[in-house]
Each structure stands twice: as structure tokens, then as C-alpha cells.
Write a protein that binds this ligand. Structure first.
Ligand code: ASC
Length: 159
């Protein structure tokens, strides 16, 4: 396990925060469990993916052990069923999840599956240590994030 020093953690957090427009409100609300579930999930994704993006862009010094660690945790997250966070009736509340998700769950689910596959590959590619290949796979995973955001994630909270 690599250690994040205070300074590096701040750098990683800054990159993560820049890539993800962090919600102004708390992720956790026990009256909105599906919303909290999915927002926590995406926060974990961004907190691990953001510093990988920063590294391949040269904004964070390359530390292979940390790259492996982030990729490991992303692959672990890829094993979870995120659709539990999008159960029927959870479309309202504190959310940027567009109603279109519930209108075409199959399409949304297939986009999430595509992301999960890219994240599983990312761990394998990262373990290989080839920086160009890692950068390409980070790009592929980022594309999978974005393709879903374009259709299904609102800029601002909806309700
Ligand atoms: C991130 C993050 C996202 C995605 C997206 C990829 O690190 O927080 O939402 O990558 O920017 O296009």
C-alpha cells in the first residue's frame, strides 16, 4: 500500500475536485439512501480516478505504487452493482441524475457496465507499467465516464 503524504494528498484532492464539480450538500442523507449511495459511489470513483488523470497529464509526479493502488480501488469499485443506487422512485431529491435514467434503464445500465469493464482493464494495464498504455486506458475510462455524463448527469441539482 502506498502512503499519501499530506502534500500529495492535497494535490490529488485538488485534481479530483477540479474534475468533479463537488456537490454543495452532504452526500449522506438517511431519508435519501439511494441518492446517498450513488453519490458516495461516484465520489469514491472520482477520488481515485482524478489523481490518475493528473498523473498521466504530468500534473502529479508518477508514482507507480500509487497508480497501482488507485487502479486497484477503481477495479474493486467496478465489482459493485451501482444500479442499486438507481432504484425506481429515487429519481427525485438531492440529485443531478436526469429523469432519462429511469426512462431508459437498459441504456444507462449498459453504459455503467462499459465503465466497469474499462476500470477492470485499467487495473491490468496499470500493473503492466507501460506509461503510454496506462495513459491510453485512463483516456478510455474517462471517455466512458463522459459518455454517461453527457446524457444522464445534470450540471446542477435538479429539484
Ligand atoms: C474524473 C471525474 C469525472 C470524470 C470525467 C471524465 O476524474 O471526476 O467526472 O473523470 O471528467 O470525462
Amino acid at each position: 500500500m502506498s502512503r499519501l503524504t499530506g502534500k500529495n494528498w492535497l494535490g490529488a484532492a485538488a485534481v479530483g475536485a477540479a474534475l468533479l464539480s463537488l456537490p454543495a450538500l452532504s452526500h449522506f442523507d438517511d431519508k435519501q439512501m439511494p441518492q446517498s449511495y450513488r453519490q458516495s459511489y461516484f465520489a469514491l470513483l472520482a477520488a481515485n480516478f482524478g489523481p490518475m488523470v493528473g498523473t498521466v497529464k504530468g500534473e502529479i509526479p508518477w508514482d507507480q505504487a500509487r497508480m497501482d493502488s488507485w487502479a486497484h480501488d477503481l477495479a474493486a469499485l467496478a465489482t459493485l452493482d451501482i444500479m442499486r443506487g438507481f432504484v425506481d422512485g429515487s429519481d427525485k431529491g438531492t440529485t443531478r441524475a436526469k429523469p432519462e435514467i429511469w426512462q431508459d434503464k437498459a441504456d444507462f445500465g449498459s453504459k455503467m457496465d462499459a465503465l466497469r469493464k474499462e476500470l477492470a482493464s485499467l487495473q491490468k494495464v496499470t500493473a503492466g507499467g507501460d506509461r503510454e498504455a496506462i495513459a491510453a486506458q485512463v483516456g478510455a475510462a474517462g471517455k466512458a465516464c463522459k459518455s454517461c455524463h453527457d446524457d444522464y448527469k445534470a450540471e446542477d441539482y435538479l429539484y
